[in-house]
Design a protein around this ligand. Sequence first.
Ligand SMILES: Cc1cc2nc3c(=O)[nH]c(=O)nc-3n(C[C@H](O)[C@H](O)[C@H](O)COP(=O)(O)OP(=O)(O)OC[C@H]3O[C@@H](n4cnc5c(N)ncnc54)[C@H](O)[C@@H]3O)c2cc1C
Length: 491
Amino acid sequence: MPSELYDVIIIGAGVVGSLIARALARYEARILLLDKASDVGEGTTKANTAIVHAGYDAKPGSLKAKLNVAGNALFDQVCGELDVAFERCGTYVVATSPEETATLHTLYERGRENGVPGLHLLSAEEMRRREPAITPHVAGALWAETGGIVDPFALCYAAAENAVTNGVRLLLETEAIGWLKEDHRIAGVITNRGLFRGRWFVIAAGLWADDLLHRAGLDGFAITPRKGEYFVLDREAAQQVRSVLFPCPTPISKGILVTRTIHGNVMLGPNAQDVTDKEDLRTTPEGLEEVMTGALKLVPGLERRHIIRTFAGLRATGNTGDFYIAQPPEAPGLIVLAGIESPGLTASPAIAEYVVEMLREAGLRLAERRDYNPIRKGTPRFADLSDAEREALIAQDPRWGRIICRCEMVTEAEVVAACHAPIPARTYDALKRRTRIGTGRCQGGFDTPLVLNIMARELGLSPLEITQKGGASRMVVRHTKDPLQGKEGER
Ligand SMILES: Cc1cc2nc3c(=O)[nH]c(=O)nc-3n(C[C@H](O)[C@H](O)[C@H](O)COP(=O)(O)OP(=O)(O)OC[C@H]3O[C@@H](n4cnc5c(N)ncnc54)[C@H](O)[C@@H]3O)c2cc1C
């Protein structure tokens, strides 16, 4: 049974845990990042709206408001250092009736109170000029200059990758199932891979944070999964949507929005429905109809023929109405992050710095490392390169000239690079998140067999061993035909 002593053990490698790991990697400290899933970012981080919120939504004085605004301000630097796609394109809240324009004023005032720069109230006419496909019922809008769109998966794996290359140990498929207490202090985390001892334990476990708290004997905090469903539309639909269009918010959500994504698609959603199962990521016909109805209220010309995918995400809605980031006195040694629902992605870089300061104040010695490197360079995306850049890469390595995914123009070289990255893509979904393979119009219909063969070759596995997302989720289950012998059946 392993029992190394770490200074900090972070449970959960979503965007929050990964950025905390990266922030701590700056210091001379032994850090362990663990996650029960087969890849980083498999929780809420993989299924959200990907908006970098400006910060006018949260209640003034709340931790959400403070960390949203602070997190937003860090995005240029963090995404620049980590080579993550981010665009500060601005976001709009659209009023569709004269009554709703009062809400715009409330949001504007709240934003100013929260310290959000660059807020503007726009006339209906100005909004029509900026977004010609907007509903004819537009009555005005709030424009937040600092809002943006980002690739949330990339932010997560790039942060985790940078943490790992700076000495953080990452263990996947490692589930925290209990705690070791010694002298009334948490002294170890018990996992399916054994015990890991540490001085500090950061719970960044998203939907399961309350479960881990209960296991430490703390019952006050509860998380309700709140489902949000989405449509992803083909790039053709992007001709109608230039930026990020929110409706006026409801008491439980920011409403169903219409947004361009950082990769040029259009996304519609999410709705908001409380559920009981923390793994229930199914979409429902009723939920999707609600999303389409909401989206059409903002952009009536959206066409269903452009839909290429649906998906759902689960918000980790806590029972305090705010982010809960604390050191519970009943369990010394623990730092808990719970209820990190929206704007958790936006806040994540600021949450990371906040946690580092908590640890410092709690007595963790944090001496800066001389060799810390905050820069991480991703693999170039063939689809984004100029002809000259493409030719130069192909001349170096012909695999840059072999297009595997036609819709997203992903090359064999990109697949190979992802399989050998500091955190290798070992599952189909991990590869998809890193390269965009299978995310286009055909949704992997043409290229999946080819992709599985390349993954198998690079990872030293049989195609039968490649899973979608670890565990029993095998992509193929048996051979049906031997092309040389013409035989059918299992081998
Ligand atoms: C529908 C929806 C829309 C959203 N839109 C936005 C948006 O536009 N902008 C924004 O800023 N925010 C948005 N959010 C919120 C944002 O997605 C989350 O705040 C953020 O992803 C939370 O990240 P996390 O790392 O805390 O959680 P997660 O990504 O869920 O990570 C938690 C990790 O902990 C692991 N884990 C759990 N239990 C254990 C265990 N026992 N042992 C080991 N590992 C464990 C999980 O496998 C998981 O990887 C949205 C959320 C949803 C659901």
